[in-house]
Design a protein around this ligand. Structure first.
Ligand code: SF4
Length: 305
């Protein structure tokens, strides 16, 4: 299960851990091979054989996704693999998770055009923020990254979801949000997704942003850009009520006690991704705090205690 893409088959095209960036929040931990040069890394046939073996079981997938322990576009055979998948498995949707650093290379942009959805990251539109958060190879400039994304948008007909990873005290300032908003207006993604830390990253000083601050930042982006914005940061939820995120719990309680609602209603009302809402609702059902009623408009949740 992928938070953003549902049931997703991840294909890792680079060895651990090749990336032009060394992001402070990286869940794959520190970059050991910080490079911008593209290589083939693996025998393409080996990757495709492994894929074919798995696909022979006709799995139910929402996406086949290039992701993994590094930057997929570093693999110089990605174009060949993209074309193979689109030709052999046309009913499956193809996604690419990328830092977008190589998008100012026309060849890279051309190779990934057949993907159905591309999910690049842009955490800061200032060189200072870029260096603090993404710790790039020294030759990399954030302006080139932005220009590459703008070029890609002009050439690509598919869907772009741009992820912005927010770090308290670094890219949540007025100046950073303003610069990001300007870049977003040029890149014109179909959606902006705001994320923040939910599990240990590469550096332990990286702090998550409280939900109410995330909401304020979302409102700022909404005001400054014409692009839809959503929060995808995972709200903490654990196995017992006492451990559930108290802020979310209070919001759910005060909403459901007044009005039974569907998960979709709650997601829209509270600005929290439906996957996160659904997980917490499931937990509350198990604890018998809420009950479920099926209506023609969907499944309604009702607070019982
Ligand atoms: S771009 Fe992705 S893989 Fe590379 S360091 Fe950043 S988070 Fe990790």
């Amino acid at each position: 299960m992928s938070r953003r893409l549902g049931i997703s088959l991840g294909i890792d095209l680079v060895p651990y851990k090749y990336c032009p960036l060394n992001c402070v929040y990286c869940e794959v931990q520190k970059t050991t091979h910080q490079v911008t040069k593209r290589e083939s890394y693996f025998e393409v046939r080996e990757i495709l054989d492994e894929l074919d073996n798995f696909m022979a079981t006709a799995p139910h997938l929402d996406y086949i996704t290039f992701s993994g322990a590094g930057e997929p576009t570093l693999n110089s055979s990605i174009g060949e693999i993209v074309n193979y998948i689109k030709a052999k498995y046309p009913s499956y949707k193809l996604a690419l998770l990328t830092n977008g650093v190589l998008f100012n290379d026309k060849e890279v942009r051309q190779e990934i055009l057949p993907c159905d959805i591309v999910l690049p990251s842009l955490d800061s539109a200032t060189q200072e923020g870029f260096e603090k958060i993404n710790r790039p190879c020294p030759e990399l400039k954030v302006q080139d990254l932005i220009e590459g994304l703008v070029q890609f948008r002009n050439e690509y007909k598919g869907t772009i979801w741009l992820e912005v990873f927010l770090i308290k005290g670094i890219n949540d300032t007025e100046e950073e949000i303003e610069a990001l908003a300007k870049a977003i207006n040029r890149i014109k993604p179909n959606l902006v997704q705001l994320n923040c830390l939910d599990r240990p990253g590469a550096e332990d000083w990286v702090n998550p942003i409280p939900l109410h601050n995330l909401k304020q930042i979302k409102a700022q982006f909404k005001e400054k850009t014409s692009v839809p914005v959503e929060i995808i940061a995972k709200v903490k939820y654990k196995t017992t009520e006492s451990q559930l995120d108290t802020e979310l719990l209070e919001m759910l309680h005060s909403t459901l006690i007044r009005r039974p609602s569907t998960a979709e209603d709650l997601s829209a009302m509270l600005d929290i991704h439906i996957n996160e809402i659904s997980k917490v609702l499931r937990q509350l059902c198990l604890e018998k705090k809420i009950t479920v009623k099926r209506e023609s408009r969907g499944v309604f949740y009702i607070w019982t205690s």
